[in-house]
Design a protein around this ligand. Structure first.
Ligand code: ZN
Ligand code: ZN
Length: 412
């Protein structure tokens, strides 16, 4: 376990920079049983920040796995009314949300993918109002990570002692999140957010028509952006104007691709953890925005499930730029978790786009959004394709080319 001081600093970061808990606001903490100490620390910091009431919702990945194994498909597709009511209650109360992710990689391998699909689709469908609430930034929300023994052993396979592996993973997470013994992480994050906004501003001013990505691994892809797109990253604002950081850590500057505007091939540079399975060494080919061909050395079936999850999961909803020279990339650690790994590298997401990535998007109806090229899906899965030799070129509406990345890093 990390020292109490480090845990408190990290919890304070989640509360004050992540969710930015407001005075008298209700806070919902979603935690795995694996991360109970961190959930307790967050609860305490949230009260110290003025929370009116903190609800902790506990989950356990093993319990979920047994459910998938032993429940019938019919039972798995039931979404109880009380869950819907509770979710609505949190929304009505104006609660903000802090989720602690503590994944157990590979736990769901061997589960019938169809059952997994059924369960998650039923939930997503009945709780889509909650998805829209969060994705539309109607309130503050933040995702942070905490280690567990199985995860630590997978990240550090050569470490024989599990406690040491857990310790190492805590250190790696603190490093990635800019939490150190000798700093004030909250102050450092305010500065970091400033740097990210600067990149956003430059890219927003260009309003590129499309971006071209090329590297020696075979990535050669053009992504058209929606008109009036907004580059975002770092802190965001709720529709009521409250700042928050949806992801800690975050290094990305991202925007909305046009649903039908992607052409070419992208080669992934890190494995993708989807529904507990690791898809490795994969590539995708797009035509008119849609995945028309793909392959993976491992878990091709899982990749197929993701692409065929629904109509929108075969299209892109996000394109994100991150310099190869960044803390997580420099650590060389593969966290086997998107929250961390996506911040090591340029990535794109299959599935749903973020309304905030287009001007006035959070006020547009679903129909209005789809008209301008927004991709609607129940899925949103990020995969990494950045590399030390990645070149990114922006092409303006009048055909002017601007180098954005050279040798894997931002040059604007
Ligand atoms: Zn992203
Ligand atoms: Zn994403």
């Amino acid at each position: 376990m990390p020292t109490q001081t480090m845990l408190e600093k990290y919890a304070s970061l989640a509360v004050n920079i992540g969710a930015n808990v407001q005075k008298d606001q209700m806070v919902v903490v979603r935690s795995s049983t694996e991360s109970k100490d961190f959930a307790r620390a967050i609860t305490k910091e949230a009260y110290k920040a003025g929370a009116s009431k903190v609800h902790v919702q506990w989950g356990d990945d093993y319990v979920s796995r047994y459910g998938l194994d032993y429940q019938s498909e019919a039972t798995l597709s039931e979404v109880p009314k009380w869950l819907i009511d509770q979710t609505q209650h949190f929304i009505d109360e104006g609660a903000c949300f802090i989720s602690i992710t503590s994944p157990i990689p590979g736990l769901n391998s061997g589960v019938d993918p169809k059952k997994m699909q059924t369960a998650s689709q039923a939930r997503m469908k009945k709780l889509s109002f909650f998805q829209n609430h969060m994705m539309g930034n109607k309130t503050q929300w933040s995702i942070v990570g905490a280690p567990n023994p199985e995860w630590a052993n997978k990240v550090f396979p050569d470490e024989k002692d599990t406690d040491t592996a857990v310790e190492k993973l805590w250190d790696a997470i603190f490093e990635a999140c800019r939490v150190r013994e000798d700093n004030d992480p909250v102050a450092e994050w305010e500065q970091h957010n400033e740097t990210l906004s600067k990149h956003n501003r430059i890219l927003n001013d260009y309003q590129f028509d499309r971006l071209h990505f090329k590297n020696s691994l075979g990535t050669d892809i053009t992504i058209r952006l929606v008109d009036n797109h907004v580059w975002a990253g770092g802190n965001e604002h709720t529709t009521k104007g409250v700042e928050f950081n949806p992801n800690i850590p975050t290094e990305e500057t991202f925007t909305m691709p046009h649903k039908n505007g992607t052409e070419g091939k992208v080669v992934a540079t890190k494995p993708l953890n989807y529904q507990g399975n690791l898809i490795e060494d994969f590539w995708l080919v797009f035509k008119d925005g849609k995945v028309v061909d793909y392959d993976a050395k491992k878990e091709k079936e899982t990749l197929k499930n993701l692409i065929e999850y629904d109509e929108g999961s075969a299209y892109l909803g996000e394109i994100a730029l991150i310099s190869d020279d960044s803390p997580i990339s420099n650590s060389g650690i593969l966290f086997l978790n998107t929250l961390f790994d996506e911040n090591a590298s340029c990535h794109m997401a299959l599935g749903r786009a973020y309304p905030m990535n287009v001007k006035n998007g959070t006020e547009m109806s679903q129909e209005e959004l789809e008209k301008i090229g927004y991709n609607q899906s129940m899925a949103h899965s990020d995969f990494m394709f950045g590399s030390p030799d990645l070149e990114v070129t922006g092409i303006t509406k009048d055909g002017k080319e601007v180098k954005i990345f050279k040798d894997g890093n931002f040059v604007i």
